[in-house]
Design a binder for this molecule. Structure first.
Ligand code: IMP
Length: 500
């Protein structure tokens, strides 16, 4: 009677035995009475240097994850992407300019402006245009309206607009586009710079469905469509800089080519970088941290990868403010088998976060929304996702049907795999530390990330925490309780005894 009741363990007790714990090895108990509303919960996390994420997710710098499309979509949903550095010239040497172009596209993105519309040339036949439209579907529908440019390229000189009502798919197939298009002199167009609001007004005033936007020399810059604007949602969570542009990070190595990469990528407007190396507690990384902090003091620099308090303290002393925590836990990672030096994901996060004031970014082994919750609960400020974002509509590569399961899948590979062949540091000449495979197709980031957020918010509600800071405080005070899991409990927590 009157004894304080405590079920489970505190985080300190849970991790104290020095056993490698993964997210599967424990669960969080519902010991808090919930007296907050879901709408009071804020998932915001401040990475420093003006980068505040409303959704605590960073997309991993991997060539099967972070295209510009994914970075744009994730930033609109409140996270941030990191453009990988594995772009190559035909001779296999690194191509920094391609990475720069991806960064520029993210920074230039204006919601509602189509940057690379599907265009045709005046000399194309209507049959060609139909074929081009079929190849470039929007959702399930073929494109049927095309800006016509002199070169046939998206940013060529605008000569007209070929609309759906200008041609018959049966009678006009042999006609040239120039014979059926609305020529420039009869066309209503917008001139850049123009705001989305102004473009929208013009579309309505002029009863238009499509509005090409050109520069002063009449080169096509964007296409704005009524249907896009109709379904154009506001993105209140978007990660934006002070000029209202989306934010983006880029990956940089610790080799000498990094100096040129840093110069060009920051010039292109990137907001920060990740020093992307599997072994971050090294002289090379320290030299790079010092260089970036001195040369680009306003930019965020994320270090790593590390997984021990020793490495944390070492890098913190060099002035680092945030780091990726995780070695050997990624879903495509074979580091543990290859070199034997690694750490179970959850243990690394707990011990490192406890040892440092730096922002802890949990990286690797996060397979489901519950794992994100667990990582945040034991000390992470934000998570990096590879596997959970590969396979989205916006990740690079095509969706194919897996012949065995019949399910749609996309490729996902480790940056240390033979297939990614990053170059001198990793790849053929070195023992691979990663593999290549496929993950299930997950649909669009715009559907998937809101679901992830919903799951995290549900967990915060159960734990009666309004934000990540409160979660950490409660965890550190032993007020969040955990339980270790047996194999049986793990089996029970997944779908069981069901024919599917
Ligand atoms: P995942 O989300 O569990 O798939 O882990 C993604 C993380 O794995 C990345 O953010 C990297 O830290 C790490 N990673 C990426 N490629 C490799 C590799 O080839 N070997 C080992 N780790 C990798």
């Amino acid at each position: 009677m009157g004894e304080e009741i405590y079920s489970g363990f505190s985080a300190k007790e849970l991790f104290k035995e020095g056993i490698g714990m993964t997210y599967d090895d424990f669960s969080i108990l519902d010991t808090s009475f919930t007296n907050i509303d879901r709408n009071e919960i804020v998932l915001e996390t401040d990475l420093g240097k003006g980068i505040v994420l409303k959704t605590p997710i960073i997309a991993a710098p991997m060539d099967t994850v972070t295209s510009k499309e994914l970075c744009i979509a994730l930033a609109l949903q409140g996270g941030i992407g990191c453009i990988h550095y594995n772009f190559k010239n035909p001779d296999g040497s690194p191509d920094i300019d391609k990475q720069v172009k991806e960064i520029e596209s993210v920074k230039r993105f204006e919601n509602g402006f189509i940057e690379n519309p599907v265009t045709v040339s005046p000399e194309n036949t209507i049959a060609d245009a139909i074929q081009i439209g079929e190849k470039n579907k929007v959702g399930k529908s073929a494109i049927d309206t095309f800006p016509v440019t002199e070169s046939g390229k998206p940013h060529g000189k605008l000569l007209g607009l070929l609309r759906k009502q200008d041609y018959s798919r049966t009678k006009h197939t042999d006609f040239k586009v120039k014979d059926r298009m609305v020529p420039l002199k009869k066309l209503i167009k917008g001139e850049w710079p123009i705001t989305l609001h102004e473009a929208n007004k013009l579309l309505w005033e002029e009863h238009l469905l499509f509005l090409p936007i050109t520069d002063k020399k009449c080169n096509l810059r964007y296409l704005v469509t009524r249907s896009d604007l109709d379904k154009n949602e506001e993105y209140p969570l978007a990660t934006k800089d002070e000029n209202k542009r989306l934010m983006v990070l880029f990956a940089v190595e610790t080799r000498p080519i990094a100096y040129e990469r840093l110069e060009k990528c920051f010039k292109a407007g990137a907001d920060g970088c990740i020093i992307d190396t599997s072994q971050g507690y090294t002289r090379y990384e320290v030299d790079m941290i010092k260089y970036i902090k001195e040369k680009y003091p306003d930019k965020l620099v994320i270090g790593g990868n590390i997984s021990t308090p020793e490495a944390c303290k070492g890098l913190e002393e060099e002035g680092l403010n945030s780091y990726r925590c995780g070695q050997g836990s990624g879903s495509i990672c074979t580091t543990s088998g290859a070199i034997g030096v690694s750490r179970a994901g959850a243990s690394g996060v707990y011990y490192c976060a406890k040892a440092t004031k730096m922002k802890t970014i949990a990286d690797g082994g996060i397979r489901q929304v519950g794992d994100i919750v667990k990582a945040l609960t034991i000390g992470a400020d934000v998570v990096i996702l590879g596997n959970m974002l590969a396979g989205t509509e916006e990740s690079p590569g095509n969706t194919i049907i897996d012949p065995e399961s019949g399910l749609p899948v996309k490729i996902y590979r480790g940056m240390g795999s033979k297939e990614a062949n990053v170059g001198e540091i990793r790849g053929y000449s070195r023992l691979p530390q990663g593999v290549s495979g496929h993950v299930k197709y997950k649909g669009s980031i715009h559907e998937w990330v809101p679901l992830i957020r919903d799951g995290i918010i549900s967990a915060f509600h159960v734990l009666n925490c309004k934000n990540i800071k409160e979660l950490h405080e409660k965890m550190n005070k032993g007020k969040i309780r955990f339980e270790k899991r047996t194999v049986g409990s793990l089996r029970e927590s997944n779908v069981h005894d069901l024919l599917m």
